[in-house]
Write a protein that binds this ligand. Structure first.
Ligand SMILES: *Cc1c(COP(=O)(O)O)cnc(C)c1O
Length: 373
């Protein structure tokens, strides 16, 4: 039996090869290789997809977050409230502005930021809240928006794992002040290289990010501020335009697979994610939890099933953040999640036979584990 890959990126390319190759050739033939019409077309199409007025393409997801934070005015000493169980990039973006990531624990059943913990973390130095729509499920935005209004804070969303997900029936893209996206190849909307974008309904934030991504230049040869070089590559923009036409189909496959896993692994000692009734997740990854996670991972691996851990070491325990003085007891729920969580193979290429193998192998472990008690 062949191994079940965690995510088969090559299969995704092969499925769209004719369209992608044609789009890439169009860019090469155009003679225009930085920004330009291809990037603008993608920006317009992606903004429309996200129900946002503006989209601005940048080099990657970290830059999207960094420029979004700069555009709302985050600077040295500003506190930004962020999930303790985030991707390291979410924290880095705050640090690169001179800001201070103020971590709060998630809701255990959904892994998304807990609005009541956010409220407790607000101080006179707080300037923004930065929720992550983790694993493809929207964070609870209404209470966060209410807190932002009440305390005069910005709401910046990290939607790098949630292309196409909705909150209360409306697609993510413009609930907060600005939304940051990554098109890293494994994301639900993935380039064949690096890419990122921001979406917003705020014209001045969009303009500021357009300027920051291009040397701080509002018009040719004029530099209004010390900007960056963080432009979305037109070759990647052309590829993303192709993939945007297929994302709803692929997200549908992911939803079907997630429903299959949820049903097949119910009533075991696996802890499965809870889906809120206001959320319509896109299952960027399918996580479950078990107190013998490492044994489970070995068991699946022996059966040829590749899994990953999102994430084994939370940002506050990374050497990069040692100066903050956190330890394993600082965020006990986050530490427990990091020890128990496992991501199953997920992707539009996983057929029902593969999905059944994952469930069978999972169930044989779950029953073994129950026998030990
Ligand atoms: C992937 C990811 C990022 C970073 O995106 P890059 O394009 O790799 O810089 C940021 N936040 C989250 C939640 C992510 O999953």
């Amino acid at each position: 039996m062949t191994d079940i890959e965690f995510l088969d990126l090559r299969a995704a390319y092969i499925e769209l090869k004719a369209e992608i190759d044609q789009a890439v050739t169009r860019v090469f033939d155009s003679g225009w290789y930085v920004l330009g019409a291809e990037v603008e077309s993608f920006e317009n199409e992606f903004a429309a997809y996200c129900n946002a007025r503006y989209a601005v393409g940048v080099a990657n997801g970290l830059d999207a977050l960094h420029l979004a934070l700069l555009a709302v005015g985050i600077s040295a000493g500003d506190e930004v409230i962020v999930p303790s169980n985030a991707n390291i990039a979410t924290w880095l973006a705050i640090s690169h502005c001179g800001g201070i990531p103020v971590p709060v624990e998630p809701v255990e059943q959904t892994y998304n930021i807990d609005p009541s913990a956010v409220e407790q973390a607000i101080t006179k130095h707080t300037r923004a809240i930065l929720p992550v729509h983790l694993y493809g499920q929207s964070a609870d935005l209404d209470p966060l928006l209410a807190l932002a209004r009440k305390h005069d804070l910005h709401l910046i969303e990290d939607a790098a794992q949630a292309h196409g997900a909705s909150y209360r029936g409306r697609r993510l893209g413009a609930h907060g002040d600005v939304v940051a996206w990554s098109f890293y190849p494994s994301k639900n909307l993935g380039a064949l290289g690096d890419g990122g974008a921001i979406t917003t309904n705020n014209a001045s934030i969009a303009e500021r990010i357009r300027q920051l991504r291009n040397y701080g230049s509002p018009s040719k040869y004029v530099n209004a501020e010390k900007g960056f070089n963080s432009r979305l590559d037109p070759v990647q923009a052309a590829i993303l335009r192709v993939k945007l036409r297929h994302i709803d189909n692929w997200n549908k496959c992911l939803r079907r697979l997630a429903a299959f896993y949820l049903q097949g692994l119910a009533n075991t000692d696996f802890i499965l994610s809870h889906v809120e009734d206001w959320a319509d997740p896109v299952w960027h990854v399918f996580v479950l939890r078990h107190h013998q996670r490492d044994a489970l991972q070995r068991h699946l691996s022996k059966a040829g099933i590749n899994t990953l851990i999102h994430y084994p070491i939370p940002p506050h325990l990374q050497p990069a953040y040692c100066e903050a003085g956190f330890d394993a007891t600082s965020f006990p729920l986050t530490s427990r999640i990091a020890h128990q969580i496992l991501s199953l193979p997920m992707g539009p290429h996983i057929d029902s036979a593969a999905a059944e193998r994952v469930i069978e192998s999972g169930l044989s472990f779950a029953s073994q584990a129950v026998d030990i008690y």
